[in-house]
Design a protein around this ligand. Structure first.
Ligand SMILES: Nc1ncnc2c1ncn2[C@@H]1O[C@H](COP(=O)(O)OP(=O)(O)OP(=O)(O)O)[C@@H](O)[C@H]1O
Length: 292
């Protein structure tokens, strides 16, 4: 798809509508109670030839929390993200989701399990409208097939109407309802990023994985993004956030896991991570002793 429009430079930010009902709908995946383990990374090692991208990494995500995954460039964040979303299989160790090994899966199977993600580089359907982009996400769980659609059977029409209502609610939440019929490619950059999150939410994930959602955002947009992520969590989602912007990570997450050279070097609350000598050393590129 063509490159999205350039990052916004002005301070004009689309306001979200936090009162819209975006709570996940039942997609037939077993639920876990608030605060219990939703996903577990257990002693995961992943090698690319001679490169050890992840080295015996263990941590978990609790249902209902916002977990930040941070680390300097090349630390293994994206690789970890890909292991957690079934794109790669670990060389050793395991990822368990809802208590069961995730294994290698295709994208649509991951979606069916209730895991959704956005990408560092926006991947919208550029020549489809904002509404159509969100409908793609909603359609991921539709049960009626081609025959029902061809003959417009009542069940199909009902699913279609429900899907449309849900997509519009998500666009309303993002403040994009007035732009529902605009082509994705014509939306300002910030709106494209929000639309990508709306499309991910449309699949009703238990776990929403955001890969650098603030990339290219101006300060005003970053503040709005924090509000957006918190509201998403408050409406019943669990969020995994990879983000370079420390202020944003510190301001929005409940817990943070820090990677460096493929190893987990720290895990804790934002306050604990901020004061952790190993983390400071990793980011400043100095010896741990000098940083403490
Ligand atoms: N497909 C691949 N083949 C070979 N090496 C890879 C591959 N993907 C990642 N790596 C290597 O694994 C290590 C971790 O990379 P990764 O992209 O996961 O880091 P990252 O923390 O996401 O970095 P960044 O912040 O720069 O995106 C790096 O040394 C990288 O070069």
């Amino acid at each position: 798809m063509p490159e999205p429009t350039q990052p916004t430079t002005g301070d004009e930010v689309t306001e979200i509508n936090p009162d819209a009902d975006i709570a996940p709908v039942d997609i037939g995946v077993p639920d876990v109670a608030e605060g219990e383990k939703l996903l577990e990374v257990d002693e995961v090692t992943l090698r690319f030839g001679g490169v050890v991208a992840l080295n015996e990494v263990s941590f978990h995500i609790n249902k209902g929390e916002i977990l930040g995954l941070i680390g300097p460039n090349g630390a293994g964040k994206t690789t970890c993200f890909n292991v957690m979303t079934g794109v790669y299989q670990p060389t050793s160790g395991a990822v368990r989701y809802l208590g069961k090994p995730l294994g290698k899966r295709k994208k649509f199977q991951i979606t069916k399990l209730g895991i959704a993600r956005t990408f560092q580089n926006i991947r919208l359907f550029a020549n489809m409208t904002a509404l159509e982009n969100v409908l793609v996400g909603v359609d991921a769980h539709h049960s009626t097939g081609v025959v029902s659609a061809m003959f417009r059977l009542p069940k199909h029409r009902r699913e279609e109407a429900q899907g449309f209502a849900r997509a519009m609610e998500l666009l309303t939440f993002m403040g994009l309802d007035g732009k529902a019929n605009e082509l994705a490619r014509n939306l300002p950059y910030g709106d494209q990023r929000r639309l990508e999150i709306a499309r991910a939410l449309a699949t009703s994930p238990q776990l929403l994985c955001l890969d650098e959602p603030a990339a290219g955002f101006n300060p005003a947009e970053k503040v709005k993004l924090m509000e957006l992520i918190r509201t998403i969590r408050d409406q019943g989602y669990t969020v995994l956030l990879i983000e370079h912007d420390m202020k944003l990570v510190m301001g929005v997450t409940d817990r943070i896991v820090v990677l460096e050279f493929g190893r987990k070097i720290a895990e804790g609350s934002p306050a604990e991570i901020r004061d952790n000598p190993a983390v400071i050393a990793a980011y400043l590129g100095v010896d741990e002793e000098d940083a403490s």
